[in-house]
Design a protein around this ligand. Structure first.
Ligand SMILES: NC(=O)c1ccc[n+]([C@@H]2O[C@H](COP(=O)([O-])OP(=O)(O)OC[C@H]3O[C@@H](n4cnc5c(N)ncnc54)[C@H](OP(=O)(O)O)[C@@H]3O)[C@@H](O)[C@H]2O)c1
Length: 309
C-alpha cells in the first residue's frame, strides 16, 4: 500500500482509507455481525490500510474500537466526526460527544476530529462558537488535528470549503470528488495545495461508479441537462475499461492520482469488494491520455455527487 504525508499534519497515511460510513457502514447495512464488520476492518489493516474514517452518526465507532484492540494504536490514523446537521451543536454537546467517541473507539486520543457535513449557512456559527471547544480538546490531548467534512449533496460547488480555506483554521478537509464531478479541482485542491491542507476524498465510487448500468443512467441525465456533450461519450466507458478491470477500480485510481489528494476513502461492507479495492490501490496510474479524456468529458458537470441522478 502506498503511503503519503497528510499535508500539515505530517502524519503518514495509506492512500486508501477505510470509510466506515456511506451506504455500506462496513456491513451495518448488509447484515454483517459486529464480529464480521470488525474482521473487515482488520482485513484492511492487514493489507496496509492505516487510515480509518468514522463518525458518531454512523454507529460504527464501537466496531472499530473492537477491531483495534490487538493493534498498535500509534500506527493507525483515526478520523471521526461530530454531527452538525439537523441539530444546533453546543460546546457542551461537542465535549460529551467527543468523550463518547473516545470511549467507543477505546482510545485516549483521536488523530483527526472533524465537524461533519457542514453546510455553508452553519459555518460561521461553528467557527465562532465551536472551534474554541476544539482548540481546548487539542490542548487536553484528546484530539490531534481538526477538520471539516462538507455536505456535498447540498453544496455541489464546495462553497463552505472555500470559506474554510480562506480562514485557514483547519488541518484536514473531507471533499466530495469523483470522475463525474471534478469541481473540487479548481475550487478546493488548488488552494489546499498552496496551504498544505490534508485532503481526504469521499464519493469516489458511490452509486454512479459502482456499476456500468448506473453510470449510464447518470451520463444520460447529464447529457439531458446539457452538462455533457454526447459526442464526447463516444467509446465511453469502454476506453476506461480497456485499462482498468472495473469501474470502481478506475474511479478509485482516478481520485488517488489527482494532485492535492492524500487519502481516498473506500466504503464497503463486502470482503470481496474490499480485496478488489485494495488491489486497485496497488495498480499504476491511469494513462495521462485517459485522465485527459475524463477531464474533458466531465468538464462542465457540477450538478451531481454520483449518488442521485
Ligand atoms: N459528509 C460526510 O462527511 C461524508 C459523506 C459520505 C461519506 N463519508 C465518508 O466517506 C466514506 C466513503 O464513502 P462513499 O460512500 O463515498 O464510498 P465509495 O467508496 O465512494 O462508495 C461506496 C459504495 O460503492 C460500493 N462499492 C465499493 N467497492 C466496490 C466494488 N469493488 N465493486 C462494486 N461496488 C463497490 C459500496 O457497496 P458495497 O458495500 O456493496 O461494497 C458502496 O455502496 C464513508 O464511508 C464515510 O467514511 C463522509
Amino acid at each position: 500500500m502506498q503511503t503519503t504525508i497528510l499535508g500539515r499534519t505530517n502524519l503518514t497515511v495509506s492512500r486508501m482509507g477505510l470509510g466506515a460510513g456511506g451506504h455500506s457502514r462496513i456491513g451495518r447495512n448488509a447484515d454483517l455481525t459486529d464480529a464480521q464488520s470488525a474482521d473487515l476492518v482488520r482485513r484492511a489493516l492487514d493489507h496496509g490500510v492505516n487510515f480509518i474514517d468514522t463518525a458518531e452518526g454512523y454507529g460504527t465507532e464501537a466496531i472499530i474500537g473492537q477491531a483495534l484492540q490487538d493493534r498498535d494504536r500509534t500506527s493507525i490514523v483515526l478520523s471521526t466526526k461530530k454531527s452538525t446537521r439537523h441539530e444546533q451543536v453546543t460546546p457542551d454537546a461537542l465535549r460529551a460527544s467527543l468523550d463518547q467517541s473516545l470511549k467507543h473507539l477505546r482510545t485516549d486520543y483521536i488523530d483527526l476530529y472533524n465537524l461533519h457535513g457542514v453546510v455553508p449557512q452553519d459555518y460561521a456559527y461553528l467557527v465562532n462558537d465551536i472551534y474554541p471547544a476544539l482548540q481546548k480538546a487539542q490542548q487536553q490531548g484528546k484530539i490531534r488535528f481538526v477538520g471539516l467534512s462538507e455536505m456535498f449533496n447540498e453544496d455541489f460547488e464546495h462553497t463552505m470549503l472555500q470559506q474554510a480555506l480562506a480562514d485557514d483554521l483547519w488541518d484536514v478537509l473531507m471533499v466530495g470528488f469523483n470522475l463525474l464531478n471534478q469541481t473540487a479541482r479548481a475550487k478546493v485542491f488548488a488552494q489546499a495545495i498552496a496551504q498544505n491542507v490534508g485532503i481526504q476524498i469521499m464519493f469516489a465510487v458511490r452509486k454512479a461508479l459502482s456499476h456500468p448500468d448506473n453510470l449510464r443512467a447518470f451520463t444520460d441525465a447529464l447529457v439531458e441537462k446539457g452538462q455533457i456533450d454526447p459526442v464526447d461519450l463516444d467509446a465511453f466507458p469502454d476506453f476506461l475499461l480497456a485499462e482498468a478491470p472495473s469501474l470502481p477500480d478506475a474511479a478509485y485510481r482516478f481520485c488517488r492520482d489527482e494532485p492535492g489528494v492524500h487519502v481516498v476513502l473506500s466504503g464497503t461492507g463486502n470482503a470481496a469488494h474490499l480485496d478488489a479495492n485494495l488491489a486497485s490501490f496497488a495498480r499504476p496510474p491511469l494513462t495521462q491520455q485517459t485522465r485527459d479524456r475524463l477531464i474533458h468529458i466531465f468538464r462542465r458537470v457540477n450538478s451531481t455527487t454520483g449518488q442521485a441522478v
